[in-house]
Ligand binder design. Structure first.
Ligand code: IVH
Length: 675
């Protein structure tokens, strides 16, 4: 006998479920929650406890029913009612223009074609079937005709509604999209795996695929997966809007996540601009994308264009160059940096990745080599993105051959044979040779000559190496006694270049105290710190005589930096180098210390937001502080002005609301230059 359930209770439960679905949607799909996590949890527990008391009222679409109880023995096969197609590829602008032309010719229309532009998410294609708004089946793409039933697993993904919200959806609605793992979730998953000594995933795509392949949905439930809808398949009992982008907005209004970067291009030129823009954004996106999908936006035109073999004529994937490739590790060499840090560098069989040919990649330090389990002659995955230094991300152990060799770390400095040391709390191994070490000497001179230091035109890294190797210079001060006759004897150094170099050296002797301090290459003293030191102490004598305690009173100098500075000026050879440089004629305008209350920006509090391109944030901050301003992290009524670069967010809105002065980077540079 069915227990007698009051209708009111049924109604209450359903209202509670609606409320939780709504909160879920706001949190996972719109990313704009309107209740606290605690409040959500309270309501969720309330529903759970009512359902525990009345198990007969539990429905499959209840928010409490995401994780099924019993693991499967195997995945069942699913026949797709409408085949899941794949996409043709374009690899350059020419391919894209040909694609557009093909479509224009076929449609016999002179009018530009409107396209939907969507990031091509790097995950796993899935199909979700909703009957009367209830999720009844989730399936993989498989071969396009038959996939696997992964309903239990997709149910655990919070951004997939178990029941659609809103109104107007067709009775039968098959939603298609990509299940993927955001980068942050992937990193976290791998960190947890590493800590537990478990195997790590190679990339977010493999992690997403591995998570969906679980027969036990409890495991899938613990994985940070997301699903983004990008099209529909089987639809019956209802109608959808005429344009593809409107269809996606409709799916969004029914509770599904769509990509926030989706845009409409009026013609192929706009498609190309979109491609460029997203390529620039790629690194900063929260998820991996491997290209852009362009789709004819009119569904009527899509129908007229039809498909060839297994791909629609009306869509194309414009791929970015791959950011990861497999190649072979030929050898490992050890480079000695300016501060003596020994960095292992991978010599690789050249490979085209991220748009360039890569033959070297950093291996960071010994711990990293151990973490990777790397051996010479291993096949490795090399990652190169944007302008970042290429990196070895993993070893393809399945391809390991018998002739691999262990990587032997040097016992002494590979350049000067001085002993090596590892300081407590550091992973870095350092050469103790200081300026006795040829490598450190070369690096110190390169740094001294560099643009932000003494800015010696024509003295590039290669020339420094030659000058040191030929014994023409041993220390920075020697640069100033270089002679014309010695220079012109060097290979590829004509009279004109020698003259220019000597002129640049002469010119570099007039500098500023901040530049000179930075050029000395004291550990951890960057441009901003050098500027603060100069404006605090006003002279090199004062700085070299300062105690650690006195150094600590400088803005942004902490105990570690104070120690490095004091230590630098304790060493006789450094003091001698400074003396020699000054004797060689290096000089700078005197710094007149102005009492703090008389500085031009005294009393002003500035906030910096968004991206700055010409100047680093630390530098902007130090320069503002040197002019007497305070630099704060958040906007309030006390803020004097906001410096807003591109991609500024809530701080800009707040400053606008408060009517605070807002300037851009160019205006900031003008302000700094003025004083
Ligand atoms: S549309 C007929 N849109 O790329 C349209 N696919 O071969 C077929 N993908 O595995 C797909 N992001 O899973 C489309 N915004 C997007 C996509 C996308 C990723 C994947 C898809 C499929 C492959 C295309």
């Amino acid at each position: 006998m069915m227990p007698n359930i009051p209708e009111a209770l049924r109604g209450d439960i359903e209202a509670l479920r609606e409320k939780l679905r709504h909160h879920n949607y706001r949190y996972y799909v719109l990313d704009e929650p309107t209740v606290s996590d605690a409040e959500y949890d309270r309501e969720f527990l309330r529903l759970q406890s009512i359902e525990n008391e009345h198990p007969e009222l539990v429905t499959q679409d209840s928010p409490t029913q995401r994780v099924g109880a019993t693991p499967l023995g195997a995945f069942e096969q699913v026949a797709h009612e409408v085949p899941m197609l794949s996409l043709g590829n374009a690899f350059n602008e020419e391919d894209m223009r040909e694609f557009n032309k093909r479509l224009c010719d076929r449609l016999k229309s002179g009018a530009p074609i409107e396209y939907a532009c969507e990031p091509k998410l790097d995950g796993i294609a899935v199909s979700l079937l909703y009957q009367n708004g209830v999720l009844v089946r989730g399936a993989t793409r498989g071969d396009g005709s038959t996939g696997e039933d992964i309903t239990q697993n997709v149910r655990t993904i919070e951004s997939i509604p178990l029941r659609l919200i809103g109104e107007g959806y067709p009775h039968t609605l098959e939603v298609r999209g990509e299940i993927y793992m955001p980068k942050a979730g992937f990193r976290h998953l791998n960190q947890t795996a590493a800590a537990a000594g478990d195997k790590q995933f190679v990339n977010p795509r493999n992690a997403a695929a591995g998570s969906l392949r679980q027969l036990d949905a409890k495991i899938t439930a613990q994985r940070p997966l997301q699903m983004c809808a990008y099209s529909v398949g089987w639809v019956e009992g209802g109608s959808l809007p005429d344009r593809h982008t409107e269809v996606l907005h409709a799916l969004n209004s029914w509770g599904l996540l769509i990509n926030s970067e989706m845009a409409v291009a009026q013609n192929i030129d706009e498609c190309m601009s979109y491609f460029q823009r997203l390529d620039g954004l790629r690194e900063s996106l929260a998820y991996d994308i491997d290209g852009i999908v362009f789709k004819v936006n009119s569904r009527l035109l899509q129908e007229r264009l039809g498909q060839v073999s297994r791909a629609p004529r009306w869509a194309i994937a414009h791929k970015f160059p791959a950011q990861e490739e497999i190649t072979r590790l030929l050898d490992v060499e050890f480079q000695v940096g300016r501060t003596g840090a020994i960095t292992p560098v991978a010599r690789l069989e050249p490979v085209f990745v991220g748009g360039v040919t890569v033959s070297n990649a950093t291996l960071h330090n010994r711990d990293e080599i151990q973490r990777l389990g790397l051996k010479i002659k291993d096949y490795v995955v090399v990652h190169r993105a944007g302008d970042v230094i290429p990196k070895v991300v993993s070893v393809v152990t399945a391809k390991r051959s018998e002739d691999v060799q262990d990587i032997a770390f040097p016992e002494v400095c590979p350049v000067c044979e001085s002993p090596l040391e590892t300081l407590a709390g550091e992973v870095v191994i350092r050469c103790t040779g200081g300026l006795i070490c040829g490598a450190q000497r070369k690096e110190a001179i390169k740094h001294f000559a560099s643009r932000k230091a003494m800015d010696i035109d024509g003295l590039g890294d290669k020339l420094v190496e030659v000058l040191v190797d030929k014994g023409l210079i041993n220390a920075v001060a020697d640069l100033y006694s270089l002679e014309f006759s010695a220079l012109t004897k060097l290979e590829r150094m004509g009279e004109k270049s020698a003259e220019n170099l000597l002129a640049a050296l002469k010119e570099s002797r007039l500098t500023t105290l901040p530049r000179f301090l930075f050029a000395l290459g004291i550990r951890e003293v960057g441009e901003a710190t050098a500027r603060s030191l100069a404006h605090h102490f006003a002279s090199i004598e004062n700085i070299s005589a300062a105690s650690e305690e006195q150094l600590l009173s400088v803005a942004d100098v902490g105990p570690v930096v104070a120690h490095y500075i004091a230590d630098f000026f304790k060493q006789a050879h450094n003091l001698e180098a400074v003396e020699n440089l000054i004797a060689a004629g290096i000089h700078w305008p005197e710094i007149v210390l102005v009492p703090a209350e008389e500085l031009p920006l005294t009393g002003q509090t500035w906030v910096i937001t968004g991206n700055l391109e010409q100047i680093s944030r630390a530098d902007a901050k130090a320069q503002l502080q040197a002019l007497g301003a305070k630099v704060a992290g958040s906007v309030s009524a006390k803020t004097y002005g906001l410096i807003a670069g591109p991609a500024a967010g809530s701080k800009l809105t707040k400053a606008q609301d408060l009517g605070i002065t807002i300037i851009d980077e160019a205006e900031l540079l003008a302000l700094l230059a003025e004083h």
